[in-house]
Ligand binder design. Structure first.
Ligand SMILES: *Cc1c(COP(=O)(O)O)cnc(C)c1O
Length: 350
């Protein structure tokens, strides 16, 4: 049977009824790639799995939440949606807004959006409004606007976003036959760590898994509000998707950490770029920089990992989202020569 998206697949665990019109682009059902080369490289006697959320229709996990948020907005009679975004939320909102026939407004921090993400929102026909401020300022603005005008807010403070995103945990439990021992995930606004923890707990309570994972949230050093215990007014990091100084789901992220006996830690941009190159060159998996933070986190914390563990890293977004970054940090440059075969062969060292 044709796969028809995560609401269709997991409808019994989601707030929909038989009469709900589902807005879907067939999101979810993403690959769980076994990363044996990486485990060997890190000298970890463990099974590492990469949940490749970059294979969602708009190239990030945001599609999981957006199918649910837009389906409910449409069901509730809304005509317009709005979000603040570091990029991927705007791409997802614009795509699902287009599919649903809703007017879509996205607020982005001017100059800090990866090119792929910006081009998506523009192509899907959203009104893209770049503000002279950061993500946190944009989120404050859209919260205020959605309070005062008939426009549905589709950031992860919308509870339906969390409902859709929790299905990532369901897929992992079904693929592995149980929850993993460790769940590494980047933390920006902290909606996704909240959603995965909810999903794991739900399947555990239904008897579908025998254990719960330790939740290992990873922030970027320049925007590590939760690790440092205070808001960051001017967050900085190359990983623009987690360049957030005041996470909306801060409390929920701490609850996930504490209930699961996990941790929230941070990694430098340098380590993020190292992980970015390592993933691509050892596993053939290109993920955007924010998505490499959990891998950098695993490398940082590897001596604390119990041998024989199962580890899942959530690779939240596709590396093609940010081609500038790839070209800037790729290890091997493009080599140039003439069209003469002799020159080409010589350059190849044959
Ligand atoms: C949104 C996003 C994150 C951060 O997720 P939160 O739910 O805000 O913590 C991480 N990586 C990518 C690629 C994202 O788009």
């Amino acid at each position: 049977m044709r796969y028809n998206g995560l609401i269709d697949k997991y409808r019994e665990y989601l707030p929909v009824s038989d009469s709900t019109e589902i807005i879907t682009l067939c999101e979810g059902n993403t690959p769980l790639i076994k990363a044996d080369n990486l485990a060997r490289k890190l000298e970890l006697d463990c099974e590492i799995y990469l949940k490749y959320e970059g294979s969602n229709p708009t190239g990030s996990f945001k599609d999981r939440g957006m199918t649910m948020a837009v389906t409910k907005a449409k069901e509730e009679g809304s005509h317009a949606i709005i979000c603040a975004s570091t990029g991927n939320t705007s791409a997802a909102a614009a795509a699902y807004g287009a599919k649903a026939g809703l007017k879509t407004y996205v607020l982005i921090p001017d100059g800090y959006i990866a090119l792929g993400k910006l081009s998506q929102a523009m192509m899907y026909g959203a009104r893209v409004i770049a503000i002279n401020g950061n993500f946190d300022n944009a989120l404050d603005a859209v919260r205020e606007i959605s309070k005062n005008y008939p426009i549905t807010l589709v950031n992860s403070v919308n509870p339906y976003r969390i409902e859709g995103q929790k299905t990532g945990a369901f897929e992992i439990v079904e693929a592995l036959g149980d929850a993993p021992d460790y769940h590494f995930i980047p933390v920006g606004n902290a909606g996704n760590i909240t959603a995965y923890w909810k999903g794991y707990k739900e399947f555990f309570n239904l008897g579908k898994s025998k254990q719960l994972p330790k939740m290992m949230g990873i922030q970027a050093e320049g925007s590590a509000a939760i690790v440092k215990g205070h808001k960051i007014d001017a967050p900085q990091t190359i990983a623009t998707a987690i360049r957030i100084g005041n996470p909306a789901s801060w409390k929920q992220a701490e609850a996930a950490r504490d209930e699961s006996k996990g941790t929230i830690d941070m990694v430098s941009d340098e380590k993020i770029i190292e992980a970015y190159n390592l993933l691509a060159s050892t596993e053939g998996v290109l993920a955007e920089p924010a998505s490499c933070a959990p891998v950098a986190g695993l490398i940082k914390l590897k001596d604390t990992i119990k041998p024989k563990s199962k580890i899942v890293c959530i690779l939240t977004g596709n590396g093609l989202k940010d081609p500038d970054c790839a070209i800037k940090y790729a290890k091997s440059p493009v080599e140039k020569t003439t069209s003469d075969i002799k020159d080409i062969v010589k350059l190849m060292g044959l």
